[in-house]
Design a protein around this ligand. Structure first.
Ligand code: AHG
Ligand code: MN
Ligand code: MN
Length: 334
């Protein structure tokens, strides 16, 4: 094979440095933040794989700020992220699903640019006991020094995200990243401990007859969603739902289809959290050419947040499939 047809080996680290060179004003601070996230994800991947052997499955017996049962690994993954990001000079504030209040790591002073990192340390953690795929989701915002306090700096709409990504701890560990110029995918090579780039400029298929939603809640969905499900089932759509957003959205990014978490009687704004679940996933899907809406004509990324833990209804995926859902939300479609 001649060298021009041999794909080059690019690690996540070299990819980030390569991207940094496209921004002449970049100081390397963001690269260090991303490196902290990638190291955290290696540690969490290892903990997830050893969970049963080290007896850290199951709940801790307490609830997080959402009133949801915390798994032991939710707490462990959260600590790993806090400790790794805490050591990086470029991180000003972190906010996590597992902490009621944001953690201020560094004050507003100093000349260098700093970032806020928001994350869901372990998404789909109720799947852990059954060896299902789980993930970490993160969103990075520029720290607003003029803002009055941590909350004010964090409450920026998703369009202002500087970077976003997720890590899927599945049959392999997959790191998906966007820096606002497309979506790239890396797989952790356990033999050498590095993430290798396997896809560049990922594009989501524009259509795929597949939906991903918790159909057990169907009777309490707004009628538009019920009309959509009738419409899709008449057209032989497939249903695929893992109950872990990272796994479900990863499948949709690669194969196409639509993922939804509609409002329900129990959760009138849906269940998913805007700032560290919906926003980062929406940025990835849009950067891959898909759509992410919270209502007809309303992009998730344009929602002005008022609370770091607020929830939002979510419909994202292949552009044409999201359109089919939205048509049914505005009017009955024959
Ligand atoms: P988390 O484990 O971080 O609380 O997130 C679970 C979320 C998400 O991953 C998934 O899409 C959704 O909850 C599943 O909810 P239902 O069980 O209500 O379908
Ligand atoms: Mn989650
Ligand atoms: Mn979680």
């Amino acid at each position: 094979m001649n060298s021009s047809s041999t794909p080059s080996i690019v690690t996540l680290q070299s990819h980030i440095l390569e991207q940094q060179s496209h921004f002449p004003e970049a100081s390397g601070t963001l690269s260090w933040v991303l490196s902290a996230l990638s190291i955290s994800a290696k540690v969490i991947a290892d903990k997830v794989r050893h969970a049963r052997l080290e007896n850290v499955l199951g709940s801790v017996g307490s609830e997080n700020v959402q009133g949801e049962v915390q798994q032991k690994l939710d707490v462990i993954a959260n600590e790993v992220l806090l400790r790794t990001l805490g050591g990086r000079e470029g991180v000003a504030i972190v906010a996590s699903e597992e902490n009621e209040e944001p953690v201020i790591l560094r004050d507003n002073k100093g000349g260098d640019r700093r970032y806020c990192v928001l994350f869901d340390p372990l998404d789909g953690s109720s799947n852990l006991d059954v060896c299902g795929g789980v993930g970490t989701i993160f969103s990075i915002l520029a720290h607003d020094r003029r803002a009055d306090g941590a909350q004010a700096s964090l409450l920026q709409p998703g369009v202002r995200q500087v970077a976003a990504g997720y890590v899927l701890y599945g049959s392999s560990t997959v790191f998906v990243l966007t820096l606002g110029k497309g979506v790239d995918m890396f797989v952790l090579d356990p033999g050498i401990g590095a993430y290798m780039r396997v896809e560049q400029g990922l594009r989501i298929p524009t259509q795929c007859k597949s939906y991903s939603v918790n159909e057990g809640n169907r009777k309490s969905f707004p009628t538009g969603f019920q009309r959509y499900l009738d419409w899709a089932q008449e057209r032989d759509y497939s249903s695929r739902y893992a109950g872990a957003m990272v796994g479900d959205v990863h499948r949709i990014l690669l194969k196409g289809g639509v993922f939804m978490y509609p409002p329900t009687r129990k959760a009138p704004n849906g269940k998913l959290r805007l700032m560290y679940e919906a926003n980062p996933m929406s940025m990835i899907i849009e950067q891959a050419g898909g759509k992410a809406l919270c209502a007809p004509g309303e992009r998730v990324l344009e929602v002005r947040p008022t609370d770091i833990h607020q929830r939002t209804p979510l419909v994202l995926g292949s552009a044409e499939e999201v359109d089919h859902v939205m048509r049914h939300l505005v009017e009955p479609v024959r």
